[in-house]
Ligand binder design. Structure first.
Ligand code: NAP
Length: 249
């Protein structure tokens, strides 16, 4: 069975590792090409956009894809909508892998917002030293009077003037996150509600330090069959291929 995995997430990489070398599947992992040095993968990888829903429909047909796993990031709304339209148009089974969002725990001080513009406004009028972990593409709303520590996988093309940029890829641990925030005198954390374990340590560090967190909510989830984990996606694939559940394959 030819399988297209739309990736760029830990879940997509886990599915790719599990399918590598499996005699029942011929998987391809698709990446948008956002990071300069993507992690090595044990299955064939294609990189770059398809040219919208129509381009993805053509790809699914030409490559005789039988199952599409959309394991893109919870905030990657455009590719999710394209995947939904293309799978319908090409008559291909599709599954979304969407990890659960983070939820506040006792001791957390979260301020929920819907957009990056609202996140900037939530920093307030008093100059702050904010830790921005919102990726490299959505920094435009952020500017004076605050100072920023920005962390992203690759350096952002247009960081706010005077911002300090560090590049790093998770997973991160709480003690190191706390040390980083103390070292830079951080008094607010700004993050997207990405969910997942790899980048959750900053939330634990903010809790311990008593720092407010500006939490940007996710876009609405896509319609259609959705699971929360890579293991559930593998069970779904096994079912599509007429095999027993994944751990029995
Ligand atoms: P997006 O806004 O939903 O997608 C923009 C365009 O990028 C899509 O229309 C598509 O171009 C192309 N694209 C996106 N994902 C692709 C994939 N896996 N394979 C091939 N083309 C893809 O997505 P985004 O927010 O820019 O995210 C891009 C990638 O980074 C995704 O793979 C996502 O999983 C990963 N990522 C995103 C975030 C985030 O916060 N957004 C965080 C971590 C990782 P065409 O229309 O030309 O096909």
């Amino acid at each position: 069975m030819r399988v297209l995995i739309l990736g760029g997430t830990t879940e997509a990489s886990a599915i790719a590792r599990a399918l590598a070398g499996h005699p029942a599947f011929e998987p391809v992992l698709s990446l948008a090409g956002r990071t300069a040095t993507p992690m090595a993968q044990p299955i064939p990888v294609r990189i770059g956009g398809f040219g919208g829903a129509a381009g993805l429909t053509d790809y699914l047909c030409q490559e005789r894809i039988a199952a599409l796993i959309d394991a893109t990031h919870p905030f990657a709304a455009r590719i999710k909508a394209n995947a939904s339209r293309a799978a319908t148009a090409a008559g291909v089974k599709r599954l979304c892998v969407l990890r659960p969002p983070w939820c506040p725990l006792p001791g957390d001080d979260w301020r929920m917002v819907d957009t990056m513009g609202q996140a900037f406004a939530a920093l307030g009028p008093t100059p702050r030293r904010a830790f921005l972990t919102v990726g490299q593409q959505e920094l435009d709303p952020f500017g004076p009077p605050h100072r920023y520590l920005i962390r992203s996988v690759d350096p952002p093309p247009n960081p706010p003037r005077g911002a300090m940029v560090i590049t790093a890829r998770g997973p991160f641990v709480e003690a190191a996150e706390r040390a980083l925030m103390l070292e830079h005198g951080i008094d607010m954390l700004v993050t997207k509600n990405s969910g997942g374990a790899a980048t959750a340590a900053k939330l634990a560090a903010a809790r311990v330090l008593g720092l407010p967190v500006i939490m940007v909510a996710r876009p609405p989830p896509p319609a259609g069959e959705t699971v929360a984990t890579a293991d559930e996606a593998l069970d779904w694939l096994a079912h599509q291929a007429g095999l027993p559940c994944w751990r029995g394959v």
